[in-house]
Design a protein around this ligand. Structure first.
Ligand SMILES: Nc1nc2c(ncn2[C@@H]2O[C@H](COP(=O)(O)OP(=O)(O)OP(=O)(O)O)[C@@H](O)[C@H]2O)c(=O)[nH]1
Ligand SMILES: [Mg+2]
Length: 457
């Protein structure tokens, strides 16, 4: 049962092997067992900024995603941890922890861009993590957002006359949450206290002017505002004594700054209560198998040098689900007909009536399980298959009936032929005797029930 679903520790979902992103099929398969809608929270940001630590807090655990205290980047690829959602009954929480961006040792911006893009594409809440205040360098790190338009396509063949492709993204982009770590300033502006959200809004304000510098200043802010209409900001103070090298995973909760603990708790409470289930265009709710299909489609597109395309991902999903829906409908038809149909039927109508009723049920099964069956392509395929099955049953009905009748005729009339051969009727009055016997046997034949439609052979 999905509600009993349990993943004791995170697993690597997308491996980063020498700069190539590869889906780990074993981990992806874990998703196929999750029938509930998934709330997907992904965290992205510069390496060594406490991302994995914060994701463990969201999981309500001290250990899980691997945290390390050295200067070397630690998480590689994209890791996944699924658990029953602690606040939303009948939902599964999927946490995605990603490889830190900007690792100087790796020095591969393209690879970073894909990790960023995948986190956006797969999540319903996208957490962008950085340290210190929101300043220009922190903004600049978000330049991957401006790349999104180049990296992702909403439609497989964008129409030139259509509104810009990027406008299509917004409807199925995640909510955006900015987490600022080791934030040590007062949240005040012009002598007035402000909220973290106001601080973020102020930082995203556009400047007046048309010069190159102002244009590039505004471009990123416009992108963030356009892609992520839902925004939220959380600040976190220093977690413990500033002078100690930070190794939070080895500290007890009570050794952490109370303010930091409170901030972490507020963040977790917000994310767990506000993050929505992942949806696709047209309001399609994503469950485990659908998320698995998205992961596979997007990563395959990237590794084959294509752009991950949302429309194609939805089409791939529709293809898989509708084929499965056809199979399910046919299995229902086969099972019901197997149970209810006793061949031969007395009349053809009897068979056709049963077929029609079962066909109706099968179509209902298909409708319940199908999704985005554009142009009713799959429903028509199902119709064709059911029609072929009906024709087969009709043929079989005839055959069973005629085989049965032939055998019956042999059975009933053979003794008469034997008697003819023996000359029993070759005597005076034999002809009348023969006619009487013949009628008697014919009556006997007609009295046998359920001979089927070929009774008149
Ligand atoms: N100063 C500070 N350190 C933190 C904070 N949160 C976690 N750490 C510590 O920072 C170190 C790195 O934490 P990780 O969670 O592994 O960082 P990461 O962002 O996942 O790193 P990569 O996987 O390399 O991208 C660990 O020793 C943590 O204990 C924080 O808010 N402030
Ligand atoms: Mg990490």
């Amino acid at each position: 049962m999905a509600s009993e679903f349990y993943m004791p520790a995170p697993e690597c979902l997308i491996e980063n092997i020498n700069g190539q992103l590869v889906v780990n099929p074993r981990t992806a398969q874990i998703l196929s067992a999750i029938r509930q809608p998934v709330v997907v929270v992904a965290i992205v940001g510069l390496y060594r900024t406490g991302k994995s630590y914060l994701m463990n807090k969201l999981a309500g655990k001290n250990k899980g995603f691997s945290v390390s205290s050295t200067v070397q980047s630690h998480t590689k690829g994209i890791w996944m941890w699924c658990m029953p959602h602690p606040k939303k009954p009948d939902h599964t929480l999927v946490l995605l922890d990603t490889e830190g961006l900007g690792d100087v040792e790796k020095g591969d911006n393209q690879n970073d861009s894909w990790i960023f893009a995948l986190a956006v594409l797969l999540s319903s809440t996208f957490v962008y993590n950085s340290t210190g205040i929101i300043n220009q360098p922190a903004m600049d790190q978000l330049y991957y957002v401006t790349e999104l338009t180049d990296l992702i396509r909403a439609k497989s063949s964008p129409d030139k006359h259509e509104v810009q492709d990027s406008a299509n993204f917004v409807s199925f982009f995640p909510d955006f949450v900015w987490t600022l770590r080791d934030f040590s300033l007062k949240l005040e502006a012009d002598g007035q206290p402000i909220t973290a959200d106001e601080y973020l809004e102020n930082s995203l304000k556009l400047k007046q002017g048309n010069d190159k510098k102002t244009k590039s200043f505004n471009e990123l802010r416009l992108c963030i505002r356009k892609f992520f209409p839902e925004k939220k900001c959380f600040i976190f103070g220093y977690p413990a004594n500033r002078n100690d090298p930070i190794c939070l995973e080895q500290l007890q909760e009570e050794d952490l700054n109370p303010k930091f603990r409170e901030q972490v708790a507020d963040f977790c409470c917000y994310i767990l209560s506000h993050s929505k289930a992942k949806t696709l265009s047209g309001g399609i709710t994503v469950n485990g198998p659908r998320l698995e299909s998205l992961v596979l489609t997007y990563v395959n597109a990237i590794s084959s040098g294509d752009l991950p395309c949302m429309e194609n991902a939805v089409l791939a999903l529709a293809e898989t689900e509708n084929s499965a829906a056809v199979q399910k409908a046919i299995a229902h038809y086969d099972q019901q007909m197997g149970q209810k149909l006793k061949l031969p039927t007395e009349t053809l109508q009897e068979l056709l009536d049963l077929h029609r009723a079962t066909e109706k049920e099968a179509i209902e099964v298909f409708m319940k399980n199908s999704f985005k069956d554009v142009g009713q392509v799959f429903q028509r395929k199902l119709g064709d298959k059911l029609e072929a099955k009906r024709d087969d049953f009709c043929k079989e009905n005839m055959k069973v009936s005629s085989d049965y009748c032939m055998a019956l005729i042999q059975d009933i009339f053979n003794p008469l032929y034997e008697d003819v051969k023996k000359g029993i009727f070759s005597k005076p009055g034999g002809y009348y005797l023969f006619i009487r016997k013949m009628k008697e046997l014919k009556d006997k034949y007609h009295q046998v029930p359920r001979k089927g439609i070929q009774w008149n052979v």
